[in-house]
Design a protein around this ligand. Structure first.
Ligand code: HEC
Length: 255
């Protein structure tokens, strides 16, 4: 140990104890060490190690010598500049990663597609969600021309109201999506609207994030309550558009 500089000894000691804590917790105790506990332990380790390494006057001087030389020695000018620049960059990178919002889902478990209630009060009326059907769906077979018109109306409603979050390609990548958590649904994904009935979509669109039942909480969904802004007919048309554009079929009981 004699040959190693004191400063390096100190850093190595602290690093070794840090790794030691993690190994003991992870492999010996089989537990993940909480970050707050590890921080507290490391605070005392650093304080203790500093106390030992600076116990004698001479030890303290030896410890500080490389730092002192770095700052004062005229021969170390370029090294000094590099170190100072590196410190600045490190602080900037650290600050950036602390401030950048994370799109990761919170750790809590939640249901993305909660079971709908069997009936719901929408537009001041009670609807049986098990039997509720899209009043325009039958045009698809009976009058395709009329149907295409309804889909076109639905697309206009979508562009005016929904694309900000769900995206103009219905892929959940609208201009606002980056700032939202949970993120807006990607309707192109086969796991979303293709798995759902039209009545489910009607209920979810009409009641939005605040209409989600308890089992879906905590779920701070930004999905607006559309029954406050759109008519029933507009919601049914926008649903036609969602399926038509993505080429998905709504889930139905007959199939
Ligand atoms: C302010 C952003 C925002 C706008 C505008 C918005 N949504 Fe959403 N929407 C979300 C978010 C976030 C979710 C995912 C969380 C959730 O399910 O509530 C979502 C979920 C949904 C779902 C989820 C259904 C499910 O459970 O799979 C449907 C359907 C939907 N939106 C339709 C629409 C329609 C139709 C419009 C336009 C009339 C619209 N949204 C406008 C943010 C938005």
């Amino acid at each position: 140990m004699k040959s190693l500089p004191k400063l390096l000894q100190l850093v190595l000691t602290i690093a070794l104890i840090y790794v030691g804590f993690i190994v003991v917790f992870d492999y010996v105790l089989g537990q993940v060490i909480p970050a707050s506990l590890l921080n507290m332990y490391m605070f005392f380790v650093v304080a203790g190690a500093l106390a030992v390494f600076t116990f004698t006057e001479e030890g303290a001087r030896e410890l500080a010598a490389p730092l002192k030389a770095l700052v004062e020695d005229p021969g170390k000018k370029s090294l000094r500049n590099i170190v100072f620049a590196a410190v600045l960059v490190a602080v900037a990178v650290f600050a950036y990663f602390r401030a950048v919002p994370s799109l990761e889902a919170p750790v809590e478990l939640r249901t993305i597609h909660p079971a709908p209630p069997s009936s719901a009060k929408l537009y001041g009326k009670r609807y049986d969600l098990l039997t509720l059907e899209n009043p325009y769906r039958h045009f698809e077979k009976e009058d395709p021309e009329q149907f295409n018109e309804l889909v076109a109306e639905g697309s206009a409603i979508y562009i005016r109201n929904c694309q900000y979050c769900h995206g103009d390609k219905l892929d959940g990548k609208g201009p606002y999506a980056q700032g939202l958590n949970p993120v807006p649904l990607n309707f192109q994904d086969v796991g979303t609207i293709a798995q759902l009935q039209e009545s489910y979509l009607f209920w979810r669109i009409a009641t939005g994030g605040p209409g989600l039942p308890k089992e879906a909480a905590p779920w701070n969904s930004s999905m607006p309550i559309w029954q406050n802004f759109l008519s029933e007919e507009e919601i049914w048309k926008v649903i036609l558009f969602l399926y038509d554009y993505t080429g998905q079929r709504p889930r139905s009981w007959e199939e």
